[in-house]
Design a protein around this ligand. Sequence first.
Ligand code: ZN
Length: 232
Amino acid sequence: MMLFNRFLGDLVALLFPNLCCGCYTSLYHGEDQLCTRCIYHLPYTDHHLHKENGAARQLWGRLPCHAVMSLLYFKKGARTQNIIHHLKYRDRKDLGIKLGGMIAQKLLMNPAYDDVDLIIPVPLHRRREHQRGYNQSLCVAQGISSTLKIPVNTRCLLRTQATTTQTKKGRYKRFENMKQVFSIVELASLKDKHILLVDDVITTGATLEACGIVLFEAGISKLSIATVAFAK
Ligand SMILES: [Zn+2]
């Protein structure tokens, strides 16, 4: 049933592009990507106000993060899932930029993010990015960057291996799989920098952990993380 709903949602979005990416109602003049009702009623985590939040806890003991936040809670069948689906599969780069702007507004309220030097999106493998046509995390990073006026860097962190779907593997197996996936070039641009690593969803944290480890190996001073959604 859920698959059918998703298919229906895609069909509706294709036929009526001017619909809200969260709830599929028609957008009014002056609304873009998300309706006013969604903007007010999305399941915001308020992670930016709490250092010890659920997303941060997900990485405890695995990665020494300075600050971690997700904008929204992710629940299957709910609005956040529709938003992530549009962001990843429906070519909605504009939605990514909007979500990045919304994240940036939250980051501005927490001084922990004041001294971020560089924003780095979790990279896709070259082949995957070519298939999709864009990297959704880069769009979010660009939205954050244009509000905070902090540069985005896509040159230093590379995804050198494509990973297969990992949903059936256990947590340790997934991490073992991720460890070799990322590599660093241009070490000098990262040394002693406070990096804000950006991704779409944090679930197990294995991807962020693998990125974080190579970034620390490259000599960064602090690592903070911002994602659009957090799957509890
Ligand atoms: Zn809506």
